[in-house]
Design a protein. Structure first.
Length: 268
């Protein structure tokens, strides 16, 4: 459970409050508003993150919405611009610095300069059906479809999840580190709706009421790597990294997509 959520829970208990509201489908306000406000108090101003007017959309919404065009102090672009709550921007920044960028340099030989996303804030139910509100309904989730690197290389979750060994190694490592940092992580192979992206969120609990949910289970144990602050410079590829990247070339089942669509909306 994220540290900010533990703090909010502790405060509620100290005041004699009940923490049964800590549900993955809790409405806006309550612990969500408290977490956003605390994060906004900590967050430094960034030219790539603009504050917006509170979003109130039935049971959905964000008390302190942010229009995010880049992360890590503007060093890693986010395309298209995402509407997110503050706590998720903090978690994404830390994941990029401490996990994604070090893995990118180790396996691809170059840092990530752009993240392609499919969905940020969206007032809807999970999987677009009657299974409770999605964390997207509170700006507390992001669907990541691909990465662009400083050396010009691009990786797509849909095409490269079972791609070249070094690409698989990069994707498996960042999935494993995401599972350590976020509450819910759903990647290609978890179900047919996630064939083209990795979903990360900061729900209070996972959809199955467990502390965390990671599907499919991580295939690797990520190594300890020194953080990288997202410097926008290509790193010259060195010798082939050591380790045992996945070698399976088994194709991932890709569902048919209606004509004119490049993604299946509404997942998670």
């Amino acid at each position: 459970m994220p540290k900010w959520l533990l703090a909010v829970a502790a405060a509620a208990l100290a005041q004699g409050g009940c923490v049964t509201e800590f549900s993955e489908v809790a409405p806006r306000g309550g612990w969500r508003e408290a977490a956003e406000r605390a994060c906004m108090d900590r967050r430094a101003k960034s030219p790539s993150i603009a504050e917006a007017v509170a979003i109130v959309d039935d049971l959905c919404g964000i008390d302190y919405p942010l229009n995010v065009s880049a992360l890590v102090d503007g060093k890693t672009a986010l395309r298209p611009m995402a509407v997110l709550g503050c706590p998720l921007t903090e978690a994404l920044d830390a994941w990029l610095r401490e996990s994604v960028q070090p893995a990118a340099v180790a396996w691809i030989g170059s840092p990530v300069i752009e993240i392609q996303q499919l969905s940020s804030y969206a007032c809807r139910k999970r999987n677009n059906i009657g299974m409770g509100l999605s964390e997207h309904a509170f700006g507390n989730a992001l669907d990541i479809a691909g990465f662009k690197f400083a050396n010009g290389r691009q990786i797509s979750m849909a095409k490269d999840w079972r791609g070249a060994p070094e690409v698989q190694a990069f994707l498996r490592e960042i999935q494993a580190t995401a599972c350590q940092r976020f509450t819910t992580v759903l990647s290609p192979g978890s179900n047919f709706m996630h064939y083209n992206h990795i979903h990360v969120d900061l729900a209070a609990v996972a959809p199955d009421n467990s502390p965390k949910m990671c599907k499919p289970p991580p295939e690797v144990t990520p190594p300890q790597r020194a953080p990288i602050d997202g410097e926008l410079m290509a790193v010259a590829p060195g010798p082939a990294p050591t380790g045992a990247p996945p070698t399976s070339n088994e194709p991932t089942a890709v569902p048919s997509v209606p004509a004119g669509n490049t993604a299946i909306p509404g997942a998670d």
